[in-house]
Write a protein of this length. Structure first.
Length: 409
């Protein structure tokens, strides 16, 4: 879709102002670029590269097609998406932004889902990484490991709620991209048949498939690194020019009547652009701990314009629209803030006073990600196994129901 003339003029004007600001504040630009580069190289690159490669290989070897048949009885009634969306859900809930958007775009490009299904799927599977919430935020920023379960629980519960709510959108008018498998047949046999069909159609040698998977994964991560560095510089410039304070004043119009302390607004403003910086500032704000944690929950759900831009880059070659994704992030932000506040207030009361934690260093976060990479793979396998077990259970229950329904009485 081409940009309209007024949009082009606004983009050109914004680029001129951005370039002028970089010339006026060269040290600020350099510091922001270094921060973004360190974050990408030490945290994002090593934590996402294995999942990017694995997702490419699983798509090429028919595993996703296998899951699409096997898990149709789970994903279709719950979230109104094809069974292949279970793979996006598993990898998205265990590896973090923006791999959910990337895998959704691959499904759409291969015709495994419709545009509406892809938009619905991307809306609730593009999540924050559990390691980021459990290690970087809870331990590194708050110095309180117990907060990790609270923050992650509210984050995932609110996104699952969003997925269930969005499943009712256009449910009557949806036409699946692929016909649903016959529920009365052998679902496992059909799944294996589909996987072997994809394997027979694949003519490239295994080495070629792997080398192209690595090349595509690195290319995607290079794009992500560019976005992270760009938005890190942008936040530094906006802070120096007073733009963050202006945005904080605007957010205060909506949040101050809800009881938010004015001291938390700058963190939310930074989180509007980049979630790591916003979460760090929220953990250091001189406000009650319940407001710190609630603000972090909202920032992680919104994910920042940096992640939005990364998601837009992932779906650029498809017909998937960004507008439903942005609306979903707004709803997710509201639900995550509400759930986090309720958890803090009733389920896990926070009695201790707010104590600013030391900001985690890049090396500390990188070490945490490296040490727990095996746990991340284990979480992915557990999530995948749980979904498959649920699918087999539902299929068995449906088969028994059909059997007893047909037995003459």
């Amino acid at each position: 879709m081409q940009m309209k003339e007024p949009t082009k003029i606004l983009w050109a004007l914004g680029l001129v102002l951005f370039t002028a600001a970089m010339i006026a504040y060269p040290r600020t630009v350099f510091e922001g670029a270094v921060t973004g580069l360190n974050t990408w190289w030490n945290i994002v690159f090593p934590s996402l590269l294995p999942f990017f490669i694995a997702s490419e290989l699983l798509l090429n070897f028919g595993i996703v097609h296998f899951m699409g048949i096997l898990l149709e009885p789970v994903m279709r009634p719950l979230f109104n998406v094809p069974g292949s969306g279970s793979f996006v859900m598993a990898v998205g809930y265990t590896s973090g932004y923006p791999i959910g958007a990337m895998v959704t775009a691959r499904l759409r490009s291969q015709g495994l889902c419709t545009r509406t299904e892809a938009e619905r799927l991307m809306a609730f599977t593009n999540n924050s990484s559990p390691l980021f919430m459990l290690v970087a935020v809870a331990v590194g920023m708050f110095n309180n490991p117990d907060l990790g379960i609270l923050i992650a629980g509210a984050h995932y519960l609110s996104n699952l709620t969003l997925g269930l709510l969005m499943s009712f959108n256009s449910r009557k008018n949806d036409k699946p991209a692929l016909p649903s498998p016959q529920m009365s047949g052998n679902l496992v046999r059909l799944a294996f048949r589909e996987m072997f069909l994809i394997l027979r159609q694949e003519r490239r040698p295994a080495g070629k498939i792997m080398s192209e998977a690595i090349k595509n994964a690195i290319a995607s991560l290079l794009n992500i690194g560019g976005f992270i560095i760009l938005f890190a510089v942008m936040i530094r410039l906006l802070t120096a020019l007073g733009g963050i304070k202006c945005l904080a004043g605007f957010l205060g119009i909506f949040l101050l009547p809800l009881g938010f302390d004015p001291a938390i607004l700058p963190a939310l403003s930074s989180g509007f652009f980049e979630m790591t910086i916003g979460s760090k500032q929220a953990s250091e704000a001189a406000v009650p701990l319940i407001q710190q944690v609630t603000a972090v929950g909202m920032i992680l759900a919104w994910s920042g314009l940096s992640v939005h831009a990364q998601a837009a880059n992932m779906i650029a070659d498809t017909d998937i629209r960004m507008f439903p994704y942005v609306i979903a992030r707004i709803i997710h932000t509201i639900l995550a803030g509400l759930y986090t506040f309720l958890f803090c207030k009733f389920a896990f009361p926070l009695a201790e006073p707010a104590q600013p934690a030391l900001a985690p260093s890049i090396s500390l976060l990188a070490a945490s990600y490296t040490l727990t990479s095996l746990q991340l793979c284990l979480h992915f396998l557990i999530a995948l196994g749980a979904i498959i077990l649920l699918a087999i259970t539902m299929h068995s229950f449906n088969s028994l129901r059909l059997y007893f329904w047909r037995v003459p009485r």
